[in-house]
Design a protein. Structure first.
Length: 81
């Protein structure tokens, strides 16, 4: 049954016309408040609660996916069947 599927109650909130997300109450984006701490005057990316004492934030980021490059010469291509 649908009731045993877990946290689906978040979908019952209407889609906000400002941020296009589902939430209850006043939109923090429309009010100009931080999504992290709820205070006005800054955005989440600029929130003082994001900073750590030892790093600037860049060191905490995980490296992106590494790619691989494969090269084949014309002779190698001719020798494959």
């Amino acid at each position: 049954s649908q009731q045993s599927r877990g946290p689906s109650e978040g979908y019952s909130y209407p889609v906000c016309t400002t941020c296009r997300r589902r939430h209850q109450g006043e939109c923090r984006r429309a009010a100009g408040t931080c999504f992290k701490c709820g205070q006005a005057g800054h955005l989440q990316k600029d929130c003082k609660k994001n900073t750590t004492t030892s790093t600037s934030g860049q060191a905490d980021k995980k490296p992106g996916a590494l790619g691989r490059v494969f090269a084949i010469t014309e002779g190698q291509a001719a020798n494959t069947s």
